[in-house]
Every structure is written in structure tokens, then in C-alpha cells.
Design a binder for this molecule. Structure first.
Ligand SMILES: Nc1nc2c(ncn2[C@@H]2O[C@H](COP(=O)(O)OP(=O)(O)O[C@H]3O[C@H](CO)[C@@H](O)[C@H](O)[C@@H]3O)[C@@H](O)[C@H]2O)c(=O)[nH]1
Length: 237
């Protein structure tokens, strides 16, 4: 990223990175270490029943030089609900989000923020030339991912190859125009956000990314069904 003294670009201090975290006590410590080099602001949105919020709070107290905010909710918000809560709390011109599972390195997020010097949004993509996936995903997940993106393309006319990669960054002014219209709280949130931004004329770039597969997923069959139903409601409701 640009250092803090250069004008006209994306300064780290102008960026907020939102991390939705649902029952992530097993993975959150290593994620905290990974993102502790971030020179912008960090907002964790923790819900669920485990000690994720306490772990984040303790880490923040032990690292007063970092800007870490932890929003804790007793009930599950959904991935989309969590990201929206974090975005609304962010007060910087650039806001990004990434998964808590460490599948995207901080340096990858910083590359996405840098793109906001010229684009309204930048989304990490596992399926464009130049992307790197050191540990290959299982056959089933790869097929599901491709079918899902075909469906997104035909339902919403979005020509992205990968709407579901967890790493994304946007200009806050663009987000402000669409956030209040967002209805999705689950995993379909990413599609709705990109759809609304496109309908409002914003330009979001798809950027090749290095993405490390992590096995543990919170996406249950019921979440996948809810995601599909949510998308159909959004498109035809
Ligand atoms: N706050 C909050 N966060 C949540 C919730 N549900 C999931 N998350 C967070 O959302 C992120 C992604 O969830 P994972 O459990 O890691 O699922 P995944 O299968 O690895 O997710 C992949 O597929 C999703 C669906 O397409 C994608 O949304 C996600 O970005 C990623 O690519 C994690 O940081 C997880 O803690 C929730 O109810 N509340």
C-alpha cells in the first residue's frame, strides 16, 4: 500500500477492514496475528456462543497501538448481517471485508484497497487468470462454485467469475448509496451487494487473488438452501 505521506492514493489510515466472525474461537488468534500488521482500522463483528469476542477484546487491550474495534452480538447475524454491521460502523473512505479463516493474506487485502484509487470496488477472484490456489479445493466445492456463478450470471446479469470469494473492498461513498437497500443477511449478501452497486452505475474490478483453502466452513446445507432462496426472492420477489 501507499505509505501514509503520499497524497492522491489510498492511504492505510483511510481504510477499515471488517472481519465477520461467527464462533471462530479456534481460528481467530492466528487471524489476529495475521492482521496485526494492518495500518488501517480493524472492525470485528462477533456473534455466536463461543469466546471469539473475548479473545478479540483481550488482543485489542494488549495491542493499544492498533485500531481494533469489536462489535459483539448475542444472536447470529448471518455473514451478510455481520458485514453490514461492520460497514455501518466504519468511518473511513474505504471499507473492505475478509473471512476470519485466514484464506486471504493481509497483503492480498491491501492490493484490493490499492485498486480503489481508480475503481469503486475491487473483489478478489479465484477463477480469473493470475489467481493462485496453493491447496486445491475438493471437486464438489469447485463444481458448486462454478454452477453458483453461472446462476448469478444468468439471474443477475453479473459477469464476475467469482462473487463469493471472501475478500472485497469498496469506496465508502458507493456503499452508502446501497447499504440501506440490502435485504440479504446470509451468504447471498455478496451477490446482492455487487448487484446493487452495478445497478447504481459503480465500477467494481475483479482481481486475481491468492487464496488458501480452509476446510472448516460454517456454510451448512440449510445455509446453502437459504442462500439460493434468498437470491430467487431478490430477483423475482
Ligand atoms: N458475524 C458473523 N459472521 C459469520 C456468520 N456466518 C459466517 N460468518 C463468517 O463469514 C466468514 C465465511 O464463513 P465460513 O464459515 O468461513 O464459510 P466458507 O465456506 O469458508 O465461506 C466461503 O463461502 C461463503 C459462501 O459462498 C462465502 O460467503 C465466504 O466468503 C467464503 O468464500 C467467516 O469469517 C465466518 O466466521 C454469522 O452469522 N455472523
Amino acid at each position: 500500500m501507499l505509505d501514509d505521506t503520499r497524497a492522491g492514493g489510498v492511504r492505510p489510515a483511510d481504510c477499515t477492514l471488517v472481519i465477520p466472525a461467527y464462533n471462530e474461537e479456534r481460528r481467530i488468534r492466528s487471524l489476529l496475528e495475521d492482521v496485526s500488521g494492518f495500518r488501517g482500522k480493524l472492525v470485528f463483528v462477533c456473534d455466536g456462543t463461543d469466546a471469539t469476542a473475548e479473545i478479540v477484546g483481550t488482543f485489542a487491550e494488549a495491542h493499544p497501538s492498533l485500531s481494533i474495534r469489536c462489535l459483539a452480538f448475542p444472536a447470529r447475524l448471518g455473514k451478510g448481517g455481520g458485514v453490514v454491521a461492520g460497514m455501518e460502523a466504519a468511518a473511513t473512505p474505504f471499507v473492505g471485508y475478509m473471512d476470519a479463516d485466514g484464506s486471504t493474506a493481509l497483503s492480498e487485502m491491501e492490493r484490493l484497497f490499492d485498486r480503489l484509487a481508480t475503481a469503486d470496488g475491487a473483489i478478489g477472484s479465484r477463477w480469473v487468470p493470475g489467481s493462485v490456489i496453493p491447496v486445491r479445493q475438493g471437486f464438489r466445492r469447485r463444481v458448486e462454485s462454478r454452477l453458483f456463478n453461472l446462476m448469478v450470471r444468468s439471474l443477475f446479469g453479473l459477469d464476475y467469475r467469482d462473487t463469493q470469494c471472501g475478500a472485497k473492498a469498496f469506496r465508502k461513498d458507493a456503499l452508502e448509496e446501497v447499504l440501506s437497500s440490502i435485504r440479504s443477511t446470509g451468504f447471498e449478501f455478496d451477490v446482492e451487494l455487487l448487484w446493487r452497486l452495478r445497478r447504481n452505475g459503480y465500477r467494481v474490478e475483479e482481481v486475481p487473488i491468492t487464496w488458501e483453502n480452509r476446510d472448516e466452513s460454517k456454510v451448512m446445507t440449510s445455509d446453502a438452501k437459504a442462500m439460493l432462496m434468498g437470491m430467487l426472492r431478490l430477483r423475482f420477489g
